[in-house]
Design a binder for this molecule. Structure first.
Ligand code: OAD
Length: 252
């Protein structure tokens, strides 16, 4: 166990984090909605969060989609439309620079469905909760990238005519198995896991932090606030990721 560093010693904590990153051959990153907050996308929990305005069980479960697909699609169409208005922020760009430094030894695991890591230029990205730009046919299973194109409330498959659904993971659903096993492998093999902008309450994603620790990695957390993970990380850096990640790069 390593004591997390108090934010009062921020400069020292930043230096410790930089040392951990420099000492690693393989780095994994786990991101959540917080990294996209400075791009203007709402997070899920807390004041003004997406789950404050919507009940999860009404818009993000298979049962909700069966009961009222138009309502679910209205929610996702709004989120898809928002994507057209946002750009990656300095936090996303900093992770691109870190990837360039590590090259093959870098894996970015994201819970985000907004595609902003790829828009910034990150290459090795594992989207464990799916992607808002993609749709999946409930009939033939085809997956298609429809970008931010406006879809109807009940969009249908161009191939078989069945109802489309967003290609995102809903509560009570399995994570895509191939992508998930790659994420597990990355955290098991890394020497350092950087956890950015996630409340670390949604499993199995949050379990990647415990896995990394069990396999011997050091863990750095970047978050505006304390989270479920803070007590068990090696270094906690409290503040906006759009400022902290660029600062971290300067120290590498
Ligand atoms: P949450 O909304 O649970 O947490 C967002 C985290 O980001 C919080 O810990 C904030 O303190 C932090 N945060 C906010 N702004 C920040 C900033 N500028 N810099 C750094 N940190 C910031 O979002 P997630 O942890 O991503 O799943 O939520 C996990 C999953 O729950 C999502 O993928 C989604 C949701 O239900 C599914 O839809 C399957």
């Amino acid at each position: 166990m390593h004591d997390p560093v108090d934010s009062s010693g921020f400069d020292e904590a930043l230096e410790r984090a930089a040392r951990l990153v420099r000492a690693s051959q393989r780095l994994a990153v786990l991101t959540g909605a917080g990294i996209s907050a400075e791009s203007g996308l709402a997070t899920f929990r807390g004041a003004g969060g997406l789950w404050e305005g919507h009940r999860v069980e009404d818009v993000a479960t298979p049962r909700a989609f069966e009961a009222d697909p138009a309502l679910v699609w209205r929610f996702y169409n709004l989120r898809r439309a928002n994507l057209a208005k946002v750009l990656p922020n300095p936090g996303h760009h900093a992770l691109v620079q870190i990837e360039q430094r590590f090259q093959d030894g870098f894996t970015l695991v994201t819970q985000n469905v907004d595609g902003l890591h790829q828009a910034a230029g990150s290459l090795n990205v594992l989207e464990i909760h799916g992607a808002l730009r993609r749709v999946r046919c409930t009939g033939c299973g085809r997956v298609e990238d429809r970008g931010v194109e406006a879809l109807s409330e009940l969009p249908s498959c161009r191939h078989c005519g069945a109802l489309l659904r967003p290609d995102v993971v809903w509560f009570e659903e399995m994570l895509p198995p191939g992508v998930w096993s790659q994420a597990e492998r990355a955290v098991q093999r890394c020497q350092c896991l950087l956890v950015v902008g996630t409340s670390a309450v949604v499993y199995p994603a949050a379990g990647l932090i415990d896995q990394a620790r069990r396999w011997g990695a050091r863990v750095i957390e970047v978050n505006l606030a304390m989270t479920e993970a803070t007590a068990s990380v090696d270094v906690a850096l409290h503040g906006p990721s759009g400022t902290i990640l660029p600062d971290l790069i300067k120290r590498l």
